[in-house]
Design a protein around this ligand. Structure first.
Ligand code: SAM
Ligand code: SF4
Ligand code: SF4
Length: 335
């Protein structure tokens, strides 16, 4: 079964945010001034239970979802995440299960996650320069701790490993080449991400975005690269490869070259609201439906009714007119 939205985009990917909490306070995502000691995070019983997530996953996969990504907040701060991974990896028909993490807690959990059925992983790491990295994560975590998490993931057999780095002008753009040099030739695929205007708290301004073209030029100047073919329709990262054959590198350009036309992703918030766009203000409440005792058929019918009318293309429409609107925070919905 394939579900198409109002723009003929199929539902293929589901991103599940398992918590709105995080042990980092990245300035571009959860600025400490907003996400401080008084911030009202979700209570435990507000979160979808693992059994509820697994049930939704089965229903979504039957409707055409092929890939599930666990995210957050920081997914590894949710207790016993390996239990959820084990349940999801047993979903009939699911082709790909992965997870995005800040890597700081991976050393302790990588083996258990792999044993539960996780195959690959994406780790976020914005800079190898500790002064820069600590300023960005605002939690005093050194780059070495994340690199050690990546090593633990490699030892556990998770592959391929991807590393995401958000680039902010004047903050870490000067350390991009070092990061690229570090991972070049290691099999780890590094992807640079344009700083996005997600949420309403991170002080986003267009002049702090380093556009794809400029990122490519600054890498190419030191480490020559050339464009490579996309792996599949809807692939978010633009792929490039090193001219000396030592692997690939990617760029995610949702600001300068939006990709809404191929956007096949739905996002489930920690409390069970389904968002059909990263820039949505409101989700559709699946938790209430599940907890009212709805049958699988009723949940399926709700999903179909939501996806069929989906018309979102925020990044293509991004303009002064949309910049003041209310929208969900990245740390809530998970990117
Ligand atoms: N805590 C995990 C992590 O950092 O990998 C998972 C959740 S995090 C919200 C998912 C991804 O979103 C990370 O790679 C992060 O760098 C990225 N991200 C967060 N805020 C962003 C922003 N304003 N612009 C671009 N990417 C952002
Ligand atoms: Fe936490 Fe990830 Fe957001 Fe950083 S980007 S604050 S690690 S959720
Ligand atoms: Fe998809 Fe919305 Fe991002 Fe466009 S702006 S690519 S529709 S999530």
């Amino acid at each position: 079964m394939t579900l198409y939205d109002a723009r003929q985009r199929p539902l293929r990917d589901l991103r599940v945010s398992v918590t709105d909490r995080c042990n980092f306070r990245c300035t571009y995502c959860m600025p400490r001034a907003v996400f401080g000691p008084d911030y009202a995070f979700l209570e435990r019983d507000e979160l979808l239970h693992y059994e509820e997530i697994a049930r939704l996953a089965r229903i979504f996969v039957a409707e055409g979802v092929e890939k599930i990504r666990l995210t957050g907040g920081e997914p590894l701060v949710r207790r016993d995440l390996h239990r959820l991974v084990a349940m999801l990896s047993a979903t009939p028909g699911l082709k790909d299960l992965t997870l995005t993490t800040n890597g700081s807690l991976l050393r302790r959990q990588a083996k258990g996650l792999a044993a539960a059925g996780l195959k690959r992983i994406t780790v976020s790491l914005d800079s190898l320069d500790d002064a820069v990295f600590k300023r960005m994560n605002d939690a005093r975590v050194p780059a070495a701790q994340v690199l050690d998490g990546i090593a633990a993931a490699q030892e556990a057999g998770l592959a391929p490993i991807k590393v995401n780095a958000v680039v902010e002008r004047g903050v870490n753009d000067g350390t991009m080449v070092d990061l690229a040099r570090h991972f070049k030739g290691t099999g780890v695929i590094l992807r640079f991400i344009e700083f996005m205007d997600v949420g309403t708290t991170n002080g986003w301004e267009l002049d702090r975005v380093v556009p794809l073209r400029e990122m490519v030029e600054s890498i190419d100047r030191e480490l020559p690269i050339e464009p490579a073919e996309a792996n599949y329709r809807g692939e978010v990262a633009k792929r490039w490869r090193y001219r000396d054959g030592s692997g690939e590198i990617g760029f995610i350009s949702s600001i300068s070259q939006p990709f809404c036309g191929d956007c096949t992703r739905a996002r489930l918030s920690p409390e069970g609201e389904l968002f059909t766009c990263l820039f949505g203000a409101r989700g559709h409440d699946f938790r209430a439906l599940l907890r009212s005792g709805a049958s699988d058929e009723e949940v399926t019918a709700f999903l179909r009714s939501v996806w069929r009318v989906r018309d979102d293309r925020y990044s293509e429409l991004r303009s002064a007119a949309t910049s003041g609107l209310e929208r969900v925070e990245m740390s809530h919905i998970g990117g």
